[in-house]
Design a binder for this molecule. Structure first.
Ligand code: FES
Length: 171
């Protein structure tokens, strides 16, 4: 098992002393709880901002769980990320109402403008794109969520303005 952790990338949180202490503290505080895997992963996502592949291996080792189980949980739930999110997140609702109202066209526009797809972050670390399930605003479909703000009835030709507004906030 150690051999996997010996290959931890230099920039991984496990190689940062302060972050490693946080990770170990979360594991120590929660390892004996029922459902500890989910509790630990939630706390790591919250505190570190993402759960790297090396962190998944470490969590599995510390909790005595198969790596495949920890990896399966991280992959299944969209609120877990394996790389740091950008400063801003744009989520695209892919529920049925948004799907039939053309969310894919908005997503294509985002890909064209930013050069990234869902689950990816722009090189400058500013914007992450994600897919999400129905956010309960179907009458406004298609819906995107920019950070915590809902935007409904989004049109592909209005989407560039969303990006401009985010960039303007940084100037
Ligand atoms: S399907 Fe998108 S808000 Fe319901």
């Amino acid at each position: 098992m150690l051999t996997i952790l010996e290959k931890i990338p230099t920039e991984d949180p496990l190689n940062d002393q302060a972050q490693r202490e946080i990770i170990d503290q979360i594991l120590e505080e929660n390892k004996n709880l029922a459902g500890s895997t989910m509790v630990v992963l939630n706390a790591l996502q919250e505190s570190i901002g993402f759960i790297s592949p090396a962190m998944q291996v470490y969590v599995a080792q510390q909790l005595g769980e198969p790596i495949s189980r920890v990896h399966g949980v991280v992959s299944f739930y969209s609120f877990f990320t394996t790389t740091p999110r950008g400063k801003h997140t744009i989520k695209f609702c892919v529920g049925t109402a948004c799907y039939v109202s053309g969310i894919n066209q908005i997503l294509e526009k985002a890909k064209q403008i930013l050069g990234i797809g869902p689950g990816e972050t722009t090189e400058d670390g500013l914007i992450t794109l994600e897919l999400c399930r129905c956010v309960g605003a179907c009458s406004q479909a298609p819906v995107i969520v920019v950070d915590n703000d809902f935007q409904g009835r989004v049109k592909p030709n209005r989407f560039p303005k969303t990006i401009q507004d985010l960039k303007a906030k940084e100037e």
